[in-house]
Structure formats: structure tokens, C-alpha cells
Design a protein around this ligand. Structure first.
Ligand code: ATP
Ligand code: MG
Length: 590
């Protein structure tokens, strides 16, 4: 197949799009791969669509390889199944809801657990039909709060989602394992550098779950790893070891102290180490970790009312918004504002402590480091006052713990093996052992071997097909432009005529015809433009191999530019097609 640049529906841009911050977004727009239609909604132009199709092909091959069967469900879905699983409500504002002309409620599918459970219920009735795994490559819709970086976080995007149905827990484990292995093969073939991390299961429900994160500084996910043990987790899923309980007997009583102007942790620590402070009594320096900071937010379960929630974390740590969000899911949260302070006068800004909160019946959750018997300096719920020696389990009684405090480089690994280091990534895949949440919701029972009904257990597995296009661009690009691995490149080879001679032109025509006949896909720059413009475009567009018929033509040579290694070599015109084929084959081998 030969595509001539003189005819290709393509316009490259010299300038970065104004709304783009992330390199892959800038380049995919500049190189004419995608175009923005609305926030998080993009069109695929010819080159972009070819990469998307290649990623889909790799994903399909690996799904078919584990025996998954492809079907296609609609994106436009009725409300009822999502009502049965409670996700019509639970999914919250991310769900695109719409009405038909008769007033019926519909949604645009964000993920399809319900529909697959229902489909299997409709078709399969005997244990003999199991296990079964179904998948689709489909356009999904989520009204993301913050669509970002072009196709990286869209509101319309392509996902491969698959669902396994097993009759036993061992079966589910095996299906999960098969998917996990298939995802590893997919990402290896796509040349994506990734880590597998423990994840929370979020709105899906269920138990075991892992994420595949592509390593990238621009990623929105933070993960931590422990070099000693190999432990790796999304920070959202890091579980803090609970503090050992300490004896309460014999601890000094809580005492209200004057701390004028100490509205920050820093000022409070300064006070504590100063002449009126408690450092002298304790016989050691006081640090921020001796203070208990209180953060008040309001939360709302989908469809419910806003209510206050107070969170206590050691003063040397911030609350991590993403950890808090994950801990509260499916409830959402907001910071409290002026109106909330006005409405709840017991909230004394800068001096909030557990006493007033608990008196007012506000739910109060603390970091797991705040153990029974631990002693803290807290706010006294009055201006310019704090309380020292507030002992957990004696002076205040939290309603529970919450994983909301930030995880830091150097924190101990939860498995006790060493310390954690943090890095950023982009979630490209997610594998879940769902269990029976959805088969319960749809009472999906089949006839068991012993004549009694059995309820299948499900796994759900998603991979971000359109997101992967951006991820590959993100990990592979350089300052000149895109660089596609051979596996997903829109074309195998980009042939550039950089010589005005008719003989060179004829030679190029003959070469591309030969390459085409050999089954290669060829992007052919046959335009009447300057070599400089053509070379710049070739670099921007990013085919892995660029073949130039230029000055060397007169001496009987062509030039091969490897966009992946940056290496340039010359080869005789005689046998050029064979040389190019070998170079393409070498790139495909990786
Ligand atoms: P994220 O945390 O990035 O929002 P998610 O946890 O909502 O992702 P899943 O529901 O597990 O994602 O979806 C499966 C896969 O679909 C993700 O691993 C990701 O690759 C892709 N995906 C999810 N949301 C988007 C989006 N808005 N745009 C593009 N791809 C997405
Ligand atoms: Mg999401």
C-alpha cells in the first residue's frame, strides 16, 4: 500500500496548540494525527486512525490468544441494568445521562459490567458453557471532571474491556492471570515501559485489582515501589501500618495552652519549642509529627446530602487529595468554604480540634498512625489556644481510620521490607477480580454439575486503547517529533524524494512500487516541496524508517534514516528494495 503525501488528508502545524501542555498532545495535534472537537472529544485523522487501528490489532491478537471472544455491545444503554447494580446513582457526575423522545432514561456506557453479566445470563444456562471470557473494543463515554492532554484523558475514548465468567474462585484466579499475562505481552509489543501496581477497586467493587502504569513524568497517578521487596502500589492503594497501642495510664493530663497567632503547624511547633512551650517538659524537641492537624471537608454519597467529615493527620503530613478521593469513593468530597464556617461556628479556623468536632457529632477519622494511647498537640477550638497531651482513646475517640495522608519517599514499605520511592505514571490497564457483585445484581445462576444452581464469579479487565496511542507518543517522542515503534507505526517506511531529477523521481516510483509489492506499507513524500520541509515533516510524523532519495542518487546511493536509533546509513540503489525490507524486518524484531 502506497500513500502519497501529495494526496494525504494531512496538514502539519508549525506551532503547538495553545491548550496543550503535554508533549504527546502537542505532537499528535501538530503532526495532524488528531483534532479537538470539544473538551475531551477528538477526531482521528488518517495517520492517527492508523496507529489506533494498529494498537487495536495488537490488543485483539492477544485477547484472541487467551481464548477471549469478541462481541460488540451498544454504547447507548438503558437505565435499568445500571439501576440494578446501583451504578446509575453511584457513578455520579461522570455518567453521561440522556433521555429519549418518550422520556426514557439512557446513558452512554462508561464500562460494561452490567451489560456483559446480562448478556451471559441471556445466553448461557449450564456449567458446561463455562468458563467464558468475552471482550469488545469500544467507544466509552465518561464526563471526566478534568479532561486532559488530548486523547490521554478523553470524555470519549476507546477501551478494550473484557469480562471473565468462572464457576470457581480458582477459575477466576486463572482467568485473571491469563489477562495479566496478555496485558504484559501487549505492552511489551507496543514498546511501553510500565509497572504493575496494586490498586484500589473504586466504583467497580470487588477485591484483587492491579493497574498497569506507563512510566511518565506527566502521569496523573503516583505509585511507590520498594526496591528490596518488589512491592509496588498506586499511592491510592498504600495501606499504612497501624500504630502499636500505647499504655494510657500514667500519661499527663490534657492541658489547654495559649498559643497566640499559631494558626499554622510551623508556628505551633515554634511555640512548643519556645519559652512557654512544652519541649522542656517532654525533654526533647517538638516536631510537626507531634501535632495532630484537622482537616474538615464535606462529603456526599451519590444522590445523598452533603455532610461534614473531619480528618486527623500528623502535622508533618499533608492530606493527599487523590488518596482521600479513593478512600471515600463512591462518595465525593469538597473543601469547606466561608459559608460552611459561618454555618458551623464550632469550626474555629486554625484551631480546629477533636473536642468540638466530637461534641457536634461530626464524623472524625484519623490516620492509622494515630493509635490508641498516642499523645498529640491539637487545636482547642478557640482562637489562640491549643491542647497538649490529647491522648487518643482517652481524650478523643475517632470514628475510625482513613488512608488520606500523603505517602512520601522514604516511608517504610507496608511489607516491612525497606523504604518506598515514588514515581509517576499513566494508567493504561486495569485488571480486577470482581467476584459476584454483578452476577448477584442480575441473579445470574446456571445449572451446576450436581443439578443445583451455581452463580458465576466475574473478572473485569480494561485497557485504554486510545490512551495508549498518546502514551506511546509520550514515551517515544524526541524534540523533533513523534517516533513510532514498528509494531504500531502508521506506515512501515517513509520514502522521501529530495532530488529534482526526473531520474530520481522515477527511481523513487519504482522503489515504492517494489516495497508495496513486497507487502510493506509506504508513506511516499512525492510533494514538490524543499528537502528541508520534507525532512522536518518526516521527523514530526515519526515513521520508524525514512528512506531518502537525494543527492546521493547521482552516485547510485540512497540514504536510510532510522528514526528510532537516530542512525543514518547509505546503501546502493541496486537492491534498494531488499535493503529497505531487511531494515523494516530488523525494526519489527525490535
Ligand atoms: P483513571 O484513573 O485514569 O481515570 P480509571 O481507573 O477510571 O482510569 P478504568 O475504569 O479502569 O480506568 O478503565 C480502564 C482503562 O481505560 C484505564 O486503565 C485507562 O487506560 C482507560 N481510560 C479510563 N478513563 C479514560 C479516559 N478518560 N480517557 C482515555 N482512557 C481512559
Ligand atoms: Mg477514571
Amino acid at each position: 500500500m502506497i500513500t502519497r503525501l501529495s494526496h494525504l488528508f494531512l496538514r502539519t502545524l508549525r506551532e503547538d496548540p495553545a491548550d496543550a501542555e503535554v508533549p504527546s498532545h502537542k505532537l499528535l495535534v501538530r503532526a495532524g494525527y488528531v483534532r479537538r472537537i470539544a473538551p475531551g472529544v477528538y477526531s482521528w485523522l488518517p495517520l492517527g486512525l492508523r496507529v489506533l487501528r494498529e494498537v487495536e490489532r495488537v490488543v485483539r491478537e492477544e485477547m484472541d490468544g487467551i481464548g477471549a471472544q469478541e462481541i460488540a455491545l451498544p454504547a447507548l444503554l438503558p437505565r435499568e441494568p445500571y439501576e440494578a447494580s446501583n451504578r446509575w446513582t453511584e457513578y455520579g457526575d461522570d455518567l453521561f445521562r440522556l433521555k429519549d423522545r418518550r422520556g426514557g432514561d439512557y446513558l452512554l456506557g462508561p464500562t460494561h459490567e452490567e451489560m456483559f453479566a446480562q448478556t451471559v445470563k441471556g445466553e448461557l444456562h449450564s456449567y458446561k458453557d463455562f468458563p467464558v471470557t468475552l471482550y469488545q473494543v469500544q467507544t466509552k463515554y465518561r464526563d471526566e471532571a478534568r479532561p486532559r492532554a488530548g486523547i490521554l484523558r478523553g470524555r470519549e475514548f476507546v477501551m478494550k474491556d473484557s469480562y471473565s465468567f468462572d464457576l470457581t474462585d480458582e477459575g477466576l484466579t486463572a482467568s485473571y492471570r491469563a489477562h495479566r499475562d496478555a496485558y504484559e505481552r501487549i505492552l511489551a509489543r507496543l514498546g511501553v515501559e510500565y509497572v504493575i501496581v496494586a490498586a484500589t477497586s473504586g466504583a467497580m467493587g470487588g477485591s484483587a485489582s492491579e493497574e498497569f502504569l506507563a512510566v511518565a513524568d506527566v502521569g496523573e497517578d503516583t505509585y511507590v515501589r520498594c526496591a528490596e521487596s518488589g512491592y509496588a502500589a498506586n499511592v491510592e492503594a498504600v495501606v499504612t501500618a497501624p500504630a502499636e497501642p500505647l499504655p494510657i495510664d500514667g500519661q499527663a493530663p490534657a492541658r489547654v495552652v495559649d498559643t497566640p497567632g499559631a494558626t499554622t503547624i510551623e508556628a505551633l511547633v515554634d511555640w512548643a519549642n519556645g519559652p512557654d512551650g512544652i519541649a522542656a517538659v517532654l525533654g526533647r524537641e517538638v516536631t510537626a509529627a507531634d501535632t495532630l492537624k484537622t482537616i474538615v471537608v464535606k462529603t456526599r454519597t451519590p444522590g445523598g446530602e452533603w455532610e461534614l467529615l473531619a480528618i486527623g493527620v500528623p502535622g508533618d503530613r499533608e492530606v493527599d487529595p487523590k488518596r482521600l478521593e479513593a478512600a471515600l469513593e463512591p462518595a465525593e468530597y469538597e473543601l469547606i468554604d466561608e459559608a460552611d464556617f459561618a454555618e458551623h461556628p464550632f469550626l474555629v479556623r486554625g484551631y480546629i480540634g477533636p473536642r468540638a468536632l466530637q461534641a457536634a457529632g461530626v464524623r472524625y477519622l484519623v490516620d492509622p498512625r494515630v493509635g490508641e494511647g498516642s499523645s498529640w498537640i491539637t487545636g482547642a477550638d478557640a482562637p489562640d489556644q491549643h491542647i497538649t497531651g490529647q491522648v487518643c482513646g482517652r481524650d478523643f475517640h475517632p470514628d475510625g481510620t482513613i488512608e488520606a495522608a500523603e505517602v512520601r519517599d522514604g516511608d517504610p514499605s507496608p511489607d516491612g521490607a525497606g523504604v518506598l520511592t515514588a514515581a509517576r505514571g499513566i494508567e493504561v490497564g486495569h485488571v480486577f477480580q470482581l467476584g459476584r457483585k454483578y452476577t448477584d445484581a442480575f441473579e445470574l445462576d446456571v445449572l451446576g454439575e450436581n443439578g443445583k444452581p451455581v452463580r458465576p464469579t466475574m473478572g473485569s479487565y480494561g485497557i485504554g486503547v486510545s490512551r495508549l496511542v498518546a502514551v506511546i507518543a509520550e514515551q517515544m517522542h524526541d524534540d523533533k517529533g513523534l517516533r513510532w515503534p514498528a509494531e504500531v507505526s502508521p506506515y512501515d517506511v517513509h520514502v522521501v524524494i529530495a532530488n529534482k531529477d526526473q531520474a530520481a523521481r522515477d527511481g523513487a516510483e519504482a522503489l515504492v512500487a517494489e516495497l508495496d509489492a513486497a507487502g510493506l506499507t509506504v508513506l511516499f513524500d512525492d510533494r514538490k516541496a524543499s528537502p528541508g520541509v520534507k525532512f522536518k515533516d518526516a521527523e514530526l510524523l515519526g515513521m520508524p524508517l525514512v528512506v531518502v532519495l537525494g543527492r546521493g542518487w547521482a552516485d547510485g546511493t540512497i540514504e536510510l534514516r532510522d528514526r528510532l536509533t537516530g542512525e543514518t546509513s547509505t546503501a546502493p540503489v541496486d537492491g534498494a528494495a531488499q535493503t529497505v525490507r531487511e531494515a523494516v524486518a530488523a525494526q519489527r524484531r525490535g
